[in-house]
Design a protein around this ligand. Structure first.
Ligand code: ADP
Ligand code: ZN
Length: 525
């Protein structure tokens, strides 16, 4: 147990330095633990208030707190904010002049700093560690600690070397903080950055003010435009796309439709990239159309929506990306559209990946989690939070499925017909061809292959093309179908469809909302 006076002192700092009346969530407990010299892993969603968890112990303990952060822009913001509150903080990074660096070194050795922010490569390279061993250190805070995970998308090799802090500075408390919370990353952080007896503080990852909506892709630009115009006119938002080119094209296109938008991707000139980022942070009502290069550490409180025009890589990535919306706690939306081709593409990427068997299995699990989230007919929150090991027993009332419960239908019989048509055509054609056969389309392409003589030719005329497309998409999403390994855009039966084909299991599918227009013919690949 921690001494009660620690809490009192912590509360005094909270009020006097930061001007807040009370702690949020587990902040008080975490601060007590670290202030008393304990080590901790802090898992808190973006906007949850992680910074105070090390800033207050930094002020309560003797010596300087070293904060390791990979984000130079964020460091600068934090240092500026702390200084305004009268805290003696500085950041060491590559953008400083030699004089500025010397001055920080002097202040450090004179004991005139409460917090020193530093990028990992700066802490580990050069002589900084050496100099630190001569002075009193209050604690080490390792921010964005998930960067230590080799499987994550933000992996930074320097983070692996931070393990030497334990042996070089025994007795100095370490706190690792992240908003990334899947079980595996959590375990990696604990093993690599913390002593075995570190306490783990897990906050709820629910973001109740974010409304989730997942829809079917059908002319995505128009859908995006409608979404912004009808629900977020004049507001700030982020649109994520897969390709660099798409970000530029869509930003241009939005601009021609009177929606001020900027592009952001890793291929832009660094100066332009910084310029776009700072405009987005400063101005109101700008839409940033970006690849995933945009985001980590973006602390703009009033982002009202995050839209995805392509499926994110994992559910974890989706959570992080959408988590940039609504940091001010006001209503915000996470909006995603996807289609058969998106599922096909990511399923194909995962089967082609050269990774080890174990890694592939995990990749596969991550993919299944993402697809389950997209295709669920239930409240989206339990699916999302289950991924972080968190139970969410109710319906949230703030997602598309809660607000407009999708209907399901017994699709076992049509699904069997579709699967056998995939089989009869040789398991190498794409969705469009298979559906042509089901619908008995008498085209040249079919006749060339003799497919008009198949037993499955024309057995699906009772259902419209859109329904067959919906069935195909869901069979692919649920893993009954898979991309053919040749990579020609074909579909083949997956192991999972056997019980269904044998009549041993049924299948209930989501009834897709009819699109306002006839659907264009969808061709995979
Ligand atoms: P994180 O790093 O977890 O994303 P921050 O530490 O940046 O979150 O905090 C998010 C916002 O919440 C900041 O504006 C911060 O000032 C505010 N905040 C944090 N703790 C409290 C608190 N106890 N009371 C009021 N506001 C808080
Ligand atoms: Zn819900």
């Amino acid at each position: 147990m921690t001494a009660p006076q620690t809490s009192t002192a912590a509360r005094a700092v909270l009020e006097q330095v930061f001007g807040y009346p009370c702690f949020r969530g587990q902040q008080g407990e975490i601060i007590d633990c670290i202030a008393a010299g304990g080590d901790a892993l802090v898992l808190m969603p973006t906007g949850g208030g992680k910074s105070l968890c090390y800033q207050i112990p930094a002020l309560l303990r003797e010596g300087v707190a070293i904060v390791v952060s990979p984000l130079i822009a964020l460091m600068a913001d934090q240092v500026a904010a702390l200084r305004q509150q009268g805290v003696r903080a500085a950041a060491l990074n590559s953008s400083l002049s030699i004089e500025e660096r010397l001055e920080i070194g002097r202040a450090l050795e004179a004991g005139e700093l409460d917090l020193l922010y530093v990028a990992p490569e700066r802490l580990l390279g050069g002589d900084l560690l050496q100099r630190l061993s001569g002075i009193r250190i209050a604690l080490f805070a390792i921010d964005e600690a998930h960067c230590v995970s080799q499987w994550g998308h933000d992996f930074r090799p320097e983070y692996l070397q931070l393990d030497i802090l334990g042996s070089r500075f025994p007795g100095v408390p370490r706190v690792a903080l992240t908003a990334t919370a899947d079980e595996r990353t959590r375990e990696e952080i604990r093993q690599r950055l913390l002593p075995a007896d570190a306490r783990i503080f897990v906050s709820s990852f629910d973001r109740p003010n974010i409304r989730y909506e997942v829809g079917l892709k059908d002319r995505p630009r128009e859908q995006l435009l409608r979404f912004i115009r009808e629900r977020h006119a004049g507001e700030s938002g982020i649109v994520y796309c897969m390709s660099r080119r798409a970000t530029e094209q869509i930003a241009d296109w939005l601009n021609t439709r009177d929606i001020p938008a900027l592009a952001y991707h890793a291929g832009l000139e660094p100066a332009l990239r910084r310029h776009h980022q700072s405009r987005f942070l400063r101005e109101d009502g700008l839409v940033m159309v970006a690849t995933v290069a945009f985001g980590m550490g973006i602390d703009k409180p009033d982002v009202r929506f995050v839209a995805h025009l392509d499926l994110p890589k994992t559910l974890e990535a989706y959570y992080q990306e959408t988590g940039r919306a609504g940091r001010d706690g006001l209503p915000a939306e996470a909006w995603l559209v996807y289609g058969l081709q998106d599922i096909y593409r990511i399923r194909q990427m995962s089967s082609e990946s050269q990774a080890s068997a174990g890694h592939k299995r995990r990749e596969r699990q991550r993919l299944e989690a993402l697809l389950a989230f997209c295709e669920t007919t239930q409240c989206r929150r339990p699916t999302l939070l289950a991924h972080f090991g968190e139970a969410y027993p109710e319906r949230c009332g703030n997602c598309d499925n809660c607000q407009n419960p999708p209907r399901t239908w017994d699709a076992a019989d049509p699904a069997r017909r579709l699967l056998s048509c995939v089989y009869r055509t040789g398991q190498r054609f794409g969705a469009a061809h298979v559906i042509d056969v089901l619908l008995g389309e008498n085209g040249e392409r079919l006749r060339q292959r003799g497919h008009e003589r198949l037993s499955t030719f024309g057995i699906g005329t009772d259902l419209p093309r859109a329904t067959w497309q919906s069935i195909t998409r869901q069979l692919l999403a649920h893993g009954y179908l898979e991309p053919d390994p040749e990579g020609h855009g074909g579909l083949r039966l997956a192991e999972a469809c056997r019980p269904l084909l044998r009549g041993e299991s049924g299948l209930s599918l989501r009834e897709d909302l009819p699109s306002r227009r006839a659907q264009p013919r969808m061709r995979v690949a």
